[in-house]
Write a protein that binds this ligand. Structure first.
Ligand code: NAD
Length: 496
């Protein structure tokens, strides 16, 4: 792919004109209150734009529009082929606006433009196309009842879906939810993170252009405790589908219980274990995958393999390889197509990450690689702590930055016990040449995804989600449709 040069992206950044208004019932509009909030580019520390600040009033209008169109059936009752055609047109339009979407993602988040172009936007488009392609291939069932009855089992769209998403992969994670929800016939209100609203606003207009009826997709920007909470406590929202922190996830469960018992689907935090056995088939490959698995996206990846468990006999050699691999992830200007490591989402978050590093040092952990050398206020480079006590805060809490903690183990049972000793359960990896061990350990790991001799392979065909406090439900694959449909049985008595 031609990534163009830094000057090209600087010029594009100067001229791009992001949409800044909410999208309700097929129209861009200011917030009812007229309020706005500043969206900052973390790389320059400057305000990019002022965006409309949605609150309960805007949420009320969006839910009303979403409900009305759902009940009218303009989209919900339309044929799967029509929904497929509209979503495919949306994917085409996203492809046509690929560069602009990638630029907005990078300006909003500080992630490298090469990753926005190569991963985020193609990942979002793939999700839209995949569910467009899938939706006319999903059949109902007939239950094996006695011959005097016919019991049909159908899946129906649920109604009004609130999709609340974070800032680490803003458009891709939004599309993992929007695409199956819309394909199944629901109406959606998308609330992007207050830190990264620009691509969500852009695709709302593209969806209208693609032929999505007004009210079926609405985008409300704003803060979690305003627009977010207005959605999670709304009595006419049928489903809350969420990606974000475990803290917010727990609040959403409470909100649902205290309002209308809406279905709540959660993709939350992680502290995933990456286990390297001494019989790992290729230590060099494992070191490269381990570094990518924890430093990619500046470490702001829910499934990042942040706990490295390495067998004692190869630990020193592996850490040496790893430090060399970490050099490939040095901070740079996110708009430079050669940059592989941009800035964190903002200076406050970078300060939190640095706080973890300071704390870790104070408690005597060995800092084998210190990412604090860069002077940019929102930047932290690859950081590695070795010989970390598994009970230390560094091993237990999600840091959500490029910080790897290494712990040594002596045998398989110790490795498993350490890996499973976490309140999270999103991902885990096992590196071994022993087939039986690979299966044995995979089965006993308490994680939604287990990777053998790779870290974080993925595809739209494969479900993604967590055990324990990493969440419930699954994004991606046909399983995601279960979150956005209700099972209905229809009993028909047959006369003999
Ligand atoms: P966050 O929980 O602070 O915010 C996520 C979203 O929730 C934002 O849109 C925010 O405005 C909204 N929100 C916050 N409080 C709310 C409330 N009370 N009611 C309704 N909405 C509210 O998370 P973040 O800092 O944006 O994202 C980082 C977190 O996301 C990390 O913990 C990471 O592990 C997690 N994450 C998980 C996955 C996954 O698939 N499991 C994927 C990516 C990120």
């Amino acid at each position: 792919m031609d990534y163009h040069a830094l000057e090209y992206w600087k010029e594009s950044a100067r001229t791009v004109q992001p949409e800044t208004r909410l999208f309700i019932n097929g129209e861009y509009r200011n917030a009812v209150s007229g309020a706005t909030f500043a969206v900052e580019n973390p790389a320059t520390q400057q305000t990019l734009v002022q965006v409309a600040r949605g609150d309960w009033q805007d949420v009320g209008l969006a839910v009303k529009a979403a409900r009305e169109v759902f009940e009218r059936g303009d989209w919900a009752q339309s044929s799967p082929q029509r929904r497929q055609a509209v979503l495919n047109r949306l994917a085409d339009l996203m492809e046509q606006h690929h560069e602009e979407l990638a630029l907005l993602e990078t300006l909003d988040t500080g992630k490298p433009i090469r990753h926005s172009l190569r991963d985020d936007i193609p990942g979002a488009i793939k999700a839209v196309r995949w569910y467009a392609g899938a939706i006319d291939k999903v059949y109902g069932e007939i239950a094996p009842t006695s011959s005097d009855a016919l019991a049909l089992i159908a899946r129906e769209p649920l109604g009004v879906i609130a999709a609340v998403v974070p800032w680490n992969f803003p458009l891709m994670l939004a599309c993992w939810k929007l695409a199956p929800a819309l394909a199944a016939g629901n109406s959606v209100i998308l609330k992007p993170s207050e830190k990264s609203p620009l691509t969500a606003l852009k695709i709302a207009g593209l969806a209208k252009q693609a032929g999505l009826p007004d009210g079926v997709l609405n985008v409300i920007c704003g803060f979690g405790d305003e627009a977010g909470q207005a959605l999670s406590r709304h009595a006419d929202v049928d489903v809350m589908t969420f990606t974000g922190s475990t803290r917010t996830a727990k609040q959403l469960l409470k909100d649902a219980g205290e309002s209308n018992m809406k279905r709540v689907w959660l993709e939350a935090g992680g502290k995933s274990a990456n286990i390297i056995f001494a019989d790992c088939p290729d230590l060099q490959k494992a070191a490269a995958a381990t570094a990518a698995g924890v430093f990619y996206n500046q470490g702001q990846v829910c499934i990042a393999g942040t706990r490295l468990l390495v067998e004692e006999s190869i630990a020193d050699e592996f850490v040496t390889l790893l430090k060399a691999e970490a050099q490939k992830w040095q901070p740079g200007n996110p708009l430079d197509p050669d940059t592989t490591h941009g800035t964190l989402i903002d200076a406050t978050h970078a300060d939190n990450v640095q706080g973890f590093i300071r704390d870790g040092e104070v408690r005597g952990n060995v800092l084998a690689l210190d990412g604090r050398t860069n002077q940019h206020p929102a930047s932290v480079g690859p950081t590695i702590f070795t010989d970390v006590n598994p009970q230390d805060r560094l091993s237990r809490e999600e840091i959500f930055g490029p910080v790897l903690v290494v712990t040594r183990f002596s045998d398989e049972s110790e490795a498993l016990a350490l890996a499973n000793d976490s309140e999270y359960g999103l991902g885990a990896a096992v590196w071994t040449d022993n087939l039986s061990r690979a299966h044995r350990v995979s089965r006993r790991l308490k994680a939604g995804s287990v990777f053998v001799n790779n870290y974080n392979n993925g595809d739209m065909t494969v479900p993604f989600g967590g055990f324990k406090q990493s969440g419930n439900g699954r994004d991606k694959s046909l399983h995601a449709l279960e979150k956005f449909t209700e099972l209905k049985t229809i009993w028909i008595a047959l006369e003999s």
